[in-house]
Design a protein around this ligand. Structure first.
Ligand code: AMP
Ligand code: ZN
Ligand code: FE
Ligand code: FE
Length: 281
């Protein structure tokens, strides 16, 4: 069992990077990557803990990308070490954009008669504030009865309090990860919400832009979609990766390494990804 897609309190997970690594070790995972949204702040602690307990580990980040289609586009970047200086500027731009976005989401909620403050969000978040923190706060305040309801009613793309956040185009995102000696991988293709024909063409375009891999094994990918992605990865010469998108208590149904229970990411994915990273470094 391995897991190449996880979140810590540096973004919208609920475990510290150290706790995450120790849990992975305890659960018997053979490799782990930490991929927080738009930040690398948790990587050093995770990297050092992984070294301490002898768990093979890759550094990662998950960046939101501008996408005109129906769904949303997340790009994973994988790296060998936690110091990724060449991404610093990009990530601080992204953090500023997130701040502005959080403020306008608070405004939108206020105009809907719901009062929340940045202080209340910060008390929940510890690291970067994202929509799951909004959802938790709405739940705690009794505005909604579940986090799911918070997304459905207010926070999902197209809902009344939603504000888009992505700054980088696919080309920019891919390029900046490559420039940082990283490997760019398309996260959970299911969320693009493209049909197979459109996705096939989009993958070709991304490959031309420098994409190196695709997240094939994912909690929300069913068997036939997983097979479709495997065939596309092999057709286009893309690396295959996978992970649970573990968020701790913010997504209690998702278990580390196991997803909803049936996730199984082959160890080979880690080996090939690491080889690719060693080649560019
Ligand atoms: P943000 O980076 O602030 O846009 O928040 C993204 C996080 O919100 C990710 O962890 C998503 O999986 C989560 N999220 C997005 N849509 C939903 C939804 N409909 N239900 C639950 N979580 C969601
Ligand atoms: Zn998240
Ligand atoms: Fe994502
Ligand atoms: Fe994620």
């Amino acid at each position: 069992m391995i897991d190449l897609h996880t979140h810590s309190i540096a973004s919208d997970g609920t475990l510290t990077p150290r706790e995450l690594v120790l849990l992975a070790k305890k659960e018997g995972l053979k490799a782990l990557a930490l991929t927080d949204h738009d930040t690398v702040d948790g990587l050093k602690e995770a990297y050092e803990t992984a070294k301490e307990v002898n768990l093979p580990f890759l550094c990662g980040v998950e960046i939101s990308i501008k996408f005109d289609g129906p769904g949303h586009f997340h790009l994973l970047g994988y790296f060998l070490t936690p110091e990724i200086k060449t991404l610093d500027e990009t990530l601080s731009e992204l953090k500023k954009a997130r701040k502005r976005r959080n403020e306008s989401m608070i405004e939108k909620l206020r105009s809907l008669g719901i009062e929340i403050t940045i202080e209340e969000l910060s008390a929940i978040a510890q690291g970067e504030i994202g929509r799951p923190h909004f959802a938790r706060l709405l739940l705690e305040k009794g505005v909604v009865k579940s986090m799911e309801e918070a997304f459905e009613k207010y926070l999902k793309k197209g809902a009344p309090a939603y504000v888009p956040k992505a700054l980088l185009t696919p080309d920019e995102g891919i390029r900046r990860i490559l420039e940082s000696k990283g490997v760019p991988v398309l996260a959970h293709p299911v969320t693009l919400k493209l049909d197979e024909k459109a996705l096939k063409e989009y993958l070709e375009k991304l490959k031309e832009l420098g994409l190196r891999g695709v997240e094939v094994y994912y909690s929300e990918h069913n068997k036939s979609f997983t097979e479709f992605l495997l065939s596309q990865a092999s057709r286009l010469g893309l690396l295959v990766t996978g992970g649970s998108d573990f968020h701790g208590a913010n997504k209690p149904d998702i278990k580390l390494g196991r997803g909803f229970g049936n996730l199984q990411v082959p160890y080979e994915c880690f080996v090939k990804l690491k080889e690719a990273l060693e080649k560019v470094n």
